[in-house]
Design a protein. Structure first.
Length: 364
């Protein structure tokens, strides 16, 4: 795709002015780093960093049948959120074969008012899917192209946000993880993130996002690109759509069984396939014992059989290479394995996930 046809967030010019290196990410021209990816990573683990996530799409779902509609389309049961305005959950949206169309966050505001946050690369197909299935329900699907979003992450993130926007503090300071506050003027502050650190994701009208970004930068928050976002999420044991799962992969193959609500009788799309034709793998962490870097699609072999790396990187926090491995059922953390790196089989070990949480290494 030529750069001329790439989409841009409202912060595009700000990124250019900051000297960011830009890349094509799911059809969007986005910053991969602003200088040192490693420094950006460590800033989030030790202080605070901010990410432009305006390429992700907020979609409002409203109407009398909103609950029934979302219970049909989402594999996790959104009824868990009822009577808790602002509460959110993580879920997969599945196709009839049980493959993952997208993984997303659902926010509950009222029984007839909800919000989805869709992955950038999936937003177009997700909207088509949502609208196709909305025909049978009294619902309105409203993509919010007028909104922008910044993730501010790290141990000092929330305190710095209150410093630059003190008017948000009273409503948002007491939020527990996976809860949000809707404030005046289409502002939403959610205690969510994709880094394994504390922090917030902030939704504001697109015409306000540049000022917010500049105010956070002036307060010392490090601008971070997609490179640091990837190493942070991988250390935190968080899946990336298109890499760790896709429409051909069931949640059982990607460590996402915990997101499935199967105990009720709810007939969500994909349930029948999961019950009659489940495909199961063990999804674990893996650390390389030898020198080298784990990358997606590398082959893994061990006593439990053969598998492959779905995501891999050099961990800035740990100082060695880690990744996710999709292995046969029966594979366990602690199992010694080998990984094929550039034609050589190198020593590695399967681990539990995550590798890092709240700045603390959980794997040695």
């Amino acid at each position: 795709m030529s750069t001329a046809s790439l989409k841009h967030t409202p912060l595009y010019q700000t990124h250019l002015d900051s000297g960011a290196k830009l890349v094509d990410f799911g059809g969007w021209e986005m910053p991969i780093s602003y200088g040192s990816q490693i420094e950006e990573h460590h800033a989030v683990r030790t202080k605070s960093g901010m990410f432009d996530v305006s390429h992700m799409l907020n979609v409002d779902i409203s109407g009398a049948d909103a609950l029934a509609f979302l219970q049909k389309l989402m594999a996790n049961d959104v009824a868990k959120l009822l009577n808790n305005p602002g509460k959110a959950l993580y879920t997969c949206m599945l196709n009839p074969q049980g493959g993952v169309i997208d993984d997303l966050i659902v926010y509950y505001f009222a029984d007839d008012q909800w919000r989805l946050v869709l992955n950038a690369g999936c937003a177009e197909k997700d909207l088509i899917w949502l609208k196709q299935h909305a025909i049978d329900y009294d619902v309105l699907i409203s993509p919010r192209f007028d909104l922008a979003m910044i993730a501010v992450q790290g141990p000092e993130a929330r305190a710095t946000v209150w410093q630059v926007r003190p008017q948000w503090q009273a409503a948002a300071e007491g939020l527990k993880p996976f809860n949000s506050a809707v404030l005046d003027g289409d502002v939403m502050v959610a205690r969510t993130g994709y880094t394994g650190e504390d922090g917030v994701e902030i939704v504001v009208p697109a015409d306000q996002v540049v000022q917010l970004w500049q105010d956070l930068a002036a307060a010392g928050v490090q601008a971070c690109g997609l490179g640091a976002r990837d190493t942070l999420r991988l250390e935190a044991g968080m899946n990336l759509y298109g890499q760790d799962m896709n429409e051909e992969i069931q949640p059982y193959q990607a460590g996402l069984a915990w997101t499935l609500s199967m105990k009720d009788e709810r007939d969500f799309i994909g349930r029948q396939a999961l019950e009659t034709n489940p495909v199961r793998n063990t999804f674990l962490g893996i650390r390389l014992n030898d020198r080298g870097v784990l990358r997606a699609h590398m082959k893994v072999r061990g006593a439990s059989g053969e598998g492959e790396i779905t995501s891999g990187t050099m961990s800035p926090t740990l100082g060695f290479s880690v990744g996710f491995a999709r292995m046969p059922e029966g594979a366990q953390a602690g199992e010694a394995v080998e990984v094929e790196v550039r034609g050589k089989w190198l020593s590695a070990v399967l681990t539990s996930l995550p590798f890092v949480r709240n700045g603390k290494a959980l794997v040695e």
